[in-house]
Design a protein around this ligand. Sequence first.
Ligand code: ATP
Ligand code: MG
Length: 508
Amino acid sequence: MDNKLSLELKHISKTFPGVKALSDVSFSATPGKVCGIVGVNGAGKSTLMNILGGIHQPDEGGEIIINGEKVVIADPKASTKLGVAFIQQEVQAFDTMNVYENILAADLNKWRKKGSFALDRAAMKKEAKVHLEALDSHIDVEAPVYTLTVGDKQIIQIARALSQGGRILLFDEPTSSLSDHEVAMLFSVIHRLKEQGYIIFYISHFLDEIFELCDNVVVLRDGQVVGKADISDINKEQLVEMMLGYQIEGSTHVRGNTLDDVIFKAEHISGEKLPRDFSFELHKGEILGVWGLLGSGRSELFNTILGIDKMVDGQLYFKQGGELREITQKEFYKHIGYLTEGRHYDGLFLNMSIGRNITSSKLDEFATKGLGILNPGKEAVEARKLMKEVDVKAIDENMKVSKLSGGNQQKVIIAKWFLKDPEILFMDEPTKGVDVGAKNEIKELIIEKAEKGTSFVVVSSELEEIMSLCDRIIVIYEGRLVGEVQKADFSKENLMKGIVSQEEKNAE
Ligand SMILES: Nc1ncnc2c1ncn2[C@@H]1O[C@H](COP(=O)(O)OP(=O)(O)OP(=O)(O)O)[C@@H](O)[C@H]1O
Ligand SMILES: [Mg+2]
């Protein structure tokens, strides 16, 4: 790599209607270093990356200097030309094509044989291999992409960026859908890129990752740079304090619920996506954790219980009128809420306002009965109340949800289910993309609700989170219940026990 690679940002500001997302941001990046960009939800991290990616233009007066020259990044194409590559969290891949086609997809014309439309596939494979080898990856270049894991797809995305001449690499929360193993693989790829002298920006709410991977950090708060540090000079508490502007306090709640009142029971259920017989109980006011490795069937368990995936066998029981009675899925819907894992896929109406998204969980209550005409005034009042309760940071309830930062979008979904206030709330990764401060707030909100009698079933990949939040944890492996751990016995070892013994059985 030529050694003149450099990037400097000077006085970058960005104003959206009503929001100053970035305010006089200046710093320079060092090639061969991983620079962490950290800050709470809405601090301006993605906006900064979007400016480098040519998606947004900075306000008048800001300067971007690449390799010593002042540049204008008018659109994503211009950004690619300047060597900037954006590795998105939602993996971009053409599933029906194979690996080498994906890597070289940006400019297929380049690979046509002279005087013909036919692609020179041998040359393409060779070229794709070069880029994968540079990443120390052994993915088969001929494999169809749909057969790959999310982690492999992400590596292909990186290889594609390199094939287009990418030398300034932006990673915006790349690990939130990866398994531990895939995260390790991604990190080793990033280490390789670092050794090769690339400029790398890395955004994550997982602070352990920041400390493991980054050489230095830039801390944003309310769009301003409030700190810059070498990672070796600070500890986690200091970083959190810089991000938040205050110190985090431990939970003030002492859980005193006696959990002997069974409110829900799943008995011998199995389904199209849940092959095995699964049973468990949930108590009133309980926060029950479901823990397992990525792909262990956690989401499938929820989807089967709730009939999103077909349930083939088994019964559901729900307590009504003091008695546990069998209930159909349809009947059960009246009593529950379900926060799904796919925020953009099935969690939000992205093109609608924050307010309407919140009221969507019980829209009929805002409508004239039998006529279905909504009462927007009433909706707004309720929506505002909920926005305040879960602390959604936005101008007002009329703002489009798509314009919120990722973490604030997640809070809108929580607000939506808190408005319905169901007896049981199923939550799949409730704090995905949420910052440390807000994570704590959401945890407190869940505990507060549980104290008042709401029951929760929570899937979380974050061990620390699930252990601090839950009263009891059930462990799932390959769609099967392999363990149950009570609060007093929470530890990584105890949670892993069921999984390890199953793996040993499988190996026999
Ligand atoms: N297109 C847009 N129109 C209006 N406001 C926007 C737009 N994009 C971002 N914003 C606002 O700019 C601010 C910064 O948002 P940004 O997405 O950069 O935050 P972030 O640091 O990436 O947060 P998160 O950790 O939640 O992803 C937020 O207040 C957000 O609502
Ligand atoms: Mg963001």
